[in-house]
Ligand binder design. Structure first.
Ligand code: SD4
Length: 306
């Protein structure tokens, strides 16, 4: 076993996800299988309101999921605004492996999932439905820019709502293969049809076997605007460490939107092909989980601008 076999993922729920991935990686399994299996854990966790089943719905009360998966050779697949399927990451993998396409959305993604044998089920739990009704009492049906900025500001902040935390996972296996996965229910109470960064290859996730991989969490719009994960990987290609690359990508976002950045959160997590890991966020409170042969449940606080 090489000492660099490792899996990393965003936020504290990454610990349990990493352990599921490690069950595959530790036995010499494939990084792609590891990341798919790993992120299925928060997708199924009903207590997690930002990924998969149990996720908070959009403003119309519909749970719509975004997910992407990518390997070291540039193979990738994604689904966006997918409803009724517990494991969007596995549908994303089928898009990658069984279609000539990269991204399927909405009804077409659901149709494909059902054709592939995935089961249709209600993903809106009573708890999430209750939270949605609570939100409806005070929120305007049409969210204003300001209320969105306000909500953004709470992501990952101490005492905050944590209402839109994505899991992004990167793995390096014993044969030196890299893979990444990213899955989310997106921003709670989002406009119906809104798609974030998570299913956009190069925004929420990017992997290049020659360099490394990166994934993001936080306000997807800011990540898409800056092709965030692609930027992190390209900076590593130019010689930056994973930490430096994540920091520089964060600073790019802050520079473009200095005022808005004071209240919004974006975090990047990266791992290079040697297994070195780094992260950086705009706001304090972002953390990432690392699992390797030495430690299975490490949770590391990310550095941040604020
Ligand atoms: C999105 N980045 O949909 C995702 C969700 C998220 O923390 O906020 N993750 O914008």
């Amino acid at each position: 076993k090489t000492p660099n076999v490792r899996v990393v993922s965003t936020w504290d729920f990454g610990i349990a996800a990493n352990q599921a991935a490690w069950a595959i990686l530790g036995k010499g399994g494939h990084a792609l299988d590891a990341v798919e299996t790993g992120v299925q854990v928060p997708e199924s966790d009903l207590k997690n309101h930002s990924v998969g089943k149990g996720g908070y719905p959009d403003r119309d009360g519909r749970v719509t999921l975004d997910a992407s998966i990518m390997d070291a050779d540039g193979n990738c697949g994604a689904v966006a605004a997918l409803e009724y399927i517990e494991h969007p990451i596995s549908v994303a993998r089928r898009v990658m492996e069984r279609t000539p396409h990269v991204l399927l959305v909405g009804d077409g993604a659901l149709q494909f999932a059902l054709e592939q044998g995935f089961r249709k089920e209600n993903l809106l739990t009573p708890e999430a439905e209750k939270a949605w009704h609570e939100w409806q009492k005070t929120a305007h049906y049409q969210p204003s820019i300001n209320s969105e900025v306000h909500d953004y500001g709470r992501i990952g902040m101490p005492g905050g709502a944590h209402n839109h935390d994505t899991i992004g996972m990167l793995a390096l296996d014993a044969q030196g293969r890299l893979a990444g996965a990213c899955t989310t229910s997106g921003m709670a109470w989002k406009l119906h049809g809104r798609v974030g960064d998570s299913p956009i290859i190069g925004a929420g996730l990017y992997v290049d076997g020659e360099v490394g991989g990166a994934t993001s969490t936080g306000v997807g719009e800011e990540v898409i605007r800056n092709a965030g994960s692609f930027l992190v990987v390209e900076l590593m290609r130019q010689g930056r460490s994973p930490h430096e690359a994540c920091r520089e990508a964060v600073m790019r976002i802050v520079k473009k939107r200095p005022e808005a950045s004071k209240t919004l959160q974006v975090g990047f997590l990266a791992m290079n092909r040697a297994g070195e890991v780094g992260a950086y966020a705009i706001q304090h409170g972002f953390s990432y989980a690392v699992c390797d042969a030495h430690k299975q449940d490490a949770l590391i606080p990310s550095q941040s601008v604020y």
